[in-house]
Design a protein around this ligand. Sequence first.
Ligand SMILES: Nc1ncnc2c1ncn2[C@@H]1O[C@H](COP(=O)(O)OP(=O)(O)O)[C@@H](O)[C@H]1O
Ligand SMILES: [Mg+2]
Length: 427
Amino acid sequence: MASLPRSVLVVGSGGREHALVRALLRSPSRPRVIAAPGNAGIADDVPCFPIAADQIEGLVSLAQKEKVEFVVVGPEVPLSLGLVDRLSTLGIPAYGPKADGARLEASKIYTKEILQKYRIPTAAAAFFDSADAAIAYVRSRPAPIVIKADGLAAGKGVIVAQTHAEAEAGVRTLLALPGQGRPGKILVEDCLTGEETSLLVVVSGRDYIILPTSQDHKRIGDGDTGPNTGGMGTYSPAEVVTPALLEQIDREIVRPSVDGIAAEGIDFRGTLFIGIMLTPEGPSVLEYNTRFGDPETQVVLPRVSSDVLDLLWSAAIGKLSQHDLQVRPEHALCVVIAAKGYPEAYPKGDVIQLPAPLPPQITVFHAGTARNGAGQVVTAGGRVLGVTAIGSTLPAAAEAAYAICDQVVCSSKYFRRDIGAKQLKRQ
Ligand SMILES: Nc1ncnc2c1ncn2[C@@H]1O[C@H](COP(=O)(O)OP(=O)(O)O)[C@@H](O)[C@H]1O
Ligand SMILES: [Mg+2]
């Protein structure tokens, strides 16, 4: 085992970062952990500094001032703004790709070109920067058809159009989407069908470790209804990914992705999060993200029993092959508690009361939380908490998580009742 850093800065403020902080605090090497900007729950665990995740120079100065030996970057924005590049010039190792690797998330056109170049299964697509050409192409393809904005769009950049009329409107909407540059760029791609899954892969150059499987629930409503969200709940393992399927995904998608990225000259050290559609013709890549998933991390990391600090550090310093990943056999399930109204407008500042003490199999990860003037924990974002339970079976984990969700007191509390239900039905 490589000698581990004694101090770590975690960048970000969501449930994912709270899960990262908790996992790092479990390290037998007992590192000093700090976070920026963090949230109310993270601040209960470690010192937090009020520097937003997109304030690259502020984060760099903080890392220097606090003499941190390692930075773990949670969200995509600082990665694509080059935080890791800046840290690297100062000799501070970081977990997360440099801007060249982060482009795999920040540009869907770039990703599609990589997927095509390395013959990795993905939907056929064409790229446009003008409405007329895109609409002519849309008319030449069968509906449903998918329109995607090229750049980072915080989950608002994809339209699965059921009809040609909807697709044409989608072309105009996404070409005009703010924050995409002018002219905007879009992809028009064939619609795939099947169950979706995603895989978190810790990558370091040509080495990689596939983390335990998990399944997200994207829609706001029970039974996968209503608008898409950042994710309303997860469970791990995801039994839809059988060992044979995982082997196929590894062979057809993970290995060629990691090799292709390396062949492009990118020294990728961080998480490659691969969105996959399990089509009748086989697994097909929907997208790459270049950071841990939220809320996948809230079920995956609690199941990792080897030292997560060693895992991330080994990846960052190019010694990933020395980490021996150990995974607990138990099931984990996370229910996201959101503010009612999310993903549209929602109230902020509502007081949250958690049951205490929490049972040992429960962890409540904070996401959009803050402290008000009276020191009370209040809602401060759309997704507020992630209640993760560990259980010997999935139903046991679900029961334990929901018992806590019911006891959380908050006037704007909303959560899905059916996290894990699909897998339970299958069993
Ligand atoms: N080719 C496709 N066929 C069918 N559904 C798709 C396709 N591409 C994306 N989707 C749907 O849209 C969602 C968002 O697309 P994705 O590429 O993951 O972008 P992002 O997560 O950046 O919004 C996916 O989770 C999936 O449900
Ligand atoms: Mg996605």
